[in-house]
Design a protein around this ligand. Sequence first.
Ligand code: V4E
Length: 217
Amino acid sequence: MSVEVERKFLCSADTLKTLEEIGVCVGQRQFQDQYFDTPKFDLTLRDMWLRKRKGCWELKCPTTVDETSEEKSKAAALCTRYKEITNLPEIQLRVEEVMKNVCVDRETSSSQEDVEAWLSKMNLVCFADYTTVRRSFSLDEEGVQIDLDEADFGYHVGEIEVLVPEGGDVQSALEKIQRTAQKLGLTGDQRIEGKMNVYLKRNHPEHYAKLLSAHVL
Ligand code: V4E
């Protein structure tokens, strides 16, 4: 398990020019994301994001932030951090913990058919489905990746991302992100909306409103 620390940004023509000058493009790929939740939004209202990308399952969950050791800086406030779980049995356990009232058969097997049966048993349905074209860049800052995403519903967003092994140094990741933002000339002090925010606002305003009221988005 690792923790993804990430700052989103809007990529202006100037930022793109800087990125192309000081960064190295390390690839371009396209992927479809399908996100799942119950009709009552049991996962997303807890800020848990279950998705399937390129046939692989991932669950993003909130981390417990150690306020004593982590600086409550402006730079940190611009970043999100989530645990990323990619092991399917562990994902299933975490989801089942949330939905304790559902009786689940714990025979774990991960064939496509079994996963489909598990989804339906947990009452999980796909609520978001979109495709992203992503260009990735690296800079001279170890472990930092910069992604420029273009979603098929017309939203463009950049991300500066550092993956920290569990128990690793989040503070150092925040500093790397801050230095990278400075190199790119990013000046904004507002959190930038991710693809999901924009997708839900446009396609599922009721779900979006519930997440806003719960301070998830
Ligand atoms: C909405 C959300 C999550 C789902 C994934 O969102 P996002 O980071 O936009 O996806 P993507 O495609 O960039 O994933 P990656 O390839 O980086 O793994 S996970 C957490 N949230 C909530 C959230 C939030 N409250 N605020 C911001 C700025 N982003 C996400």
